[in-house]
Design a protein. Sequence first.
Length: 386
Amino acid sequence: MKTVKTAVVGLGYIGPVHIQAIRATGLAEVIAVSHSTLDVAEAKAREMGIPKAYGDYRELLADPKVEAVHICTPNALHHDIAKGAMLAGKHVVCEKPLAIGMEDARELADIADRTGIVNAINFCIRYYPLLHQARDMVQSGVLGEILSVSGSYHQDWMLYDSDYNWRVEPEHAGPSRVIGDIGSHWFDCVEFVTGACVEQLCADIAIFHRTRKKPLQHVQTFQSKETYVADNECERVGVRTEDYASAVFRMDNGAHGTVSLSQCAAGRKNRMLVEVYGSKKSLCFDSERPGELWMGNRDKPNEMLLRDPSLMTMSAREISHLPGGHVEGYEDTMRQLFRAVYGHILEGKDRIRESVNYPTFADGLRAMTICNAVLRSQKQMSWISV
Ligand code: SOE
């Protein structure tokens, strides 16, 4: 069967996760990787059995055999790599956020729209099957009118001032950390599940550590939790990106909402919570228990749906790989998102104009628009229209 020849740029912690998830689709073959250090690229290529390794992504983009590119680098490189890839006729799967500035994000969305290149952004969390189930239930009207949504995205890997990562640095990550890094997932999931858009919001942002200890040696995402670095191997640097953000907001379906985002929430390792309260019924999804969808009732006992293809809607069933009772996880969400993308590429270019069922650069621009509104609201200390 024909497979798409694809490549991965950026080999930090998420690049190899992409490689595994691409392979699990059975629809694409990773023929090249690149990293800013050629030795790292060659070592990872050997370790994962990938034929080609590049030390410069531009050389990878010049490779005529590469048909698609996954961008897994720090955020500041997303724009140039995605633009270069699309102008070279290569399809793109980009990690979120799409870019570090609105102008760059708009340009990428325009190029994608103009060229018809397949473009996707890795809002993989919406691919927990029970979030597709939740969307279908909202769309079916079984919840009634959506009155309010609430939730959080909490982690604890940046709790101490000794925790560090490129995401702290605006020159690599952009002006926002928590909102752009995990808030983007939360708002994407809420708009995906409800089918509604955030219209106005009022935000509160906090930097709990005004300075952090930056290790003199590179530290990978989440790695600072496992490695002790002596004070004489660090330098103390100022911090300008937020550890915490919360917002109250209104949606275009009349619903009201609240969200709390933090990377300093002790004990929460990577927990996204989405609650949707309707006039007849409510739903709650907790990514620490992704195989469960809680349903709340007023006039009968509450219910708990356990992920089981035989009990779920068609769209949830289509992105479930294992039978009920066999736990699926985070990497499976990427496998399902990439399966939708590569399935679309293999269907042929003539179908690119049709609406697609996976998150595209337009969704990436949408998430950045909300993130930008949160930053503006904090600056103006007022409600902001998104
Ligand atoms: C770090 O906050 C991170 O890896 C995010 O960058 C991912 O998008 C999220 O899915 C898990 O946490």
